[in-house]
Design a protein around this ligand. Structure first.
Ligand SMILES: NC(=O)c1ccc[n+]([C@@H]2O[C@H](COP(=O)([O-])OP(=O)(O)OC[C@H]3O[C@@H](n4cnc5c(N)ncnc54)[C@H](OP(=O)(O)O)[C@@H]3O)[C@@H](O)[C@H]2O)c1
Length: 222
């Protein structure tokens, strides 16, 4: 927490004050393909911009195609050689996640990096079209399902290219303060006890547990 607030670098030499450009300095990603969810704005857009600057082929996965196309144009204005594509993805919808993954696979591209970035924060209680509390559906379930659908593609890419893949889940320091007891598996969709900040924290805790478990399972496979 001290490092987070002060920006003091960790063992990698980078910290919370480091920029994406600093962290990727000298990296040539011309043999890499990345998907960035929520890449049309905020942290996702900056991630997409800097990956493209390092010659990575970036697929911006966004629910708002107008914003995604603007983001693509903005990246191209800075760097006319950038390889950027946009694909529709609404993480709160299981159907949309499946369609996105099917469309991506149909492109027959490799996939080295999956950045599970998109997120919503502190919204009033709402159920997704699949009947799941919206922050949990968007921040965790959509990304969980997306990752599962793309995992074989990532393994194939890693095997054929000899380059280890990376899956990045954007969590938050908020993960330390979810509902009492952690994730309320039996009450995810319960409206009368819903608290928007605790529900956000719960979804961010799920992001971390997902990342930890992926890390454990993929190390066993490798
Ligand atoms: N900013 C911070 O200080 C901070 C701190 C800790 C953690 N984080 C985490 O970092 C990530 C990015 O945050 P940010 O600050 O960049 O947020 P942001 O500026 O609000 O951007 C979030 C992005 O996610 C997209 N998104 C939201 N719901 C979506 C859905 N159902 N399907 C597809 N895309 C969707 C948004 O698209 P629309 O334009 O369509 O809404 C937007 O492009 C989040 O996971 C957040 O929890 C941020």
């Amino acid at each position: 927490m001290f490092r987070l607030i002060t920006g003091r670098p960790g063992p990698s030499g980078f910290g919370s004050a480091s920029t994406a450009e600093q962290v990727t300095h000298d990296i040539d990603g011309s043999n890499l393909t990345a998907i960035v969810t929520g890449g049309a704005s905020g942290i996702g857009l900056e991630t997409a911009r800097v990956l493209a600057m390092r010659n990575v082929h970036v697929i911006i996965a966004a629910r708002n195609m107008e914003a995604a196309n603007k983001a693509k144009q903005c990246i191209l204005n800075d760097n006319k050689n950038a390889r950027v594509d946009v694909e529709k993805l609404d993480l709160s919808s299981i159907r949309s996640v499946k369609t996105f993954a099917d469309n991506f696979k149909a492109l027959d591209l490799p996939l080295n990096i999956l950045i599970n970035n998109a997120g919503i924060m502190f919204c009033p209680f709402q159920l997704s079209e699949d009947g799941v509390e919206m922050q949990f559906a968007t921040n965790h379930l959509g990304h969980f399902y997306l990752t599962n659908l793309l995992l074989d593609k990532m393994k194939e890419t890693a095997k054929s290219s000899g380059i280890e893949g990376r899956i990045v889940n954007l969590s938050s320091v908020a993960h330390i303060c979810p509902y009492k007891g952690g994730i309320r598996f039996q009450k995810i969709n319960q409206k009368n006890s819903y608290q928007n900040k605790l529900a956000y924290a719960q979804s961010k805790l799920a992001n971390i547990l997902h990342a930890n478990e992926l890390s454990r399972r993929l190390q066993v496979i490798n």
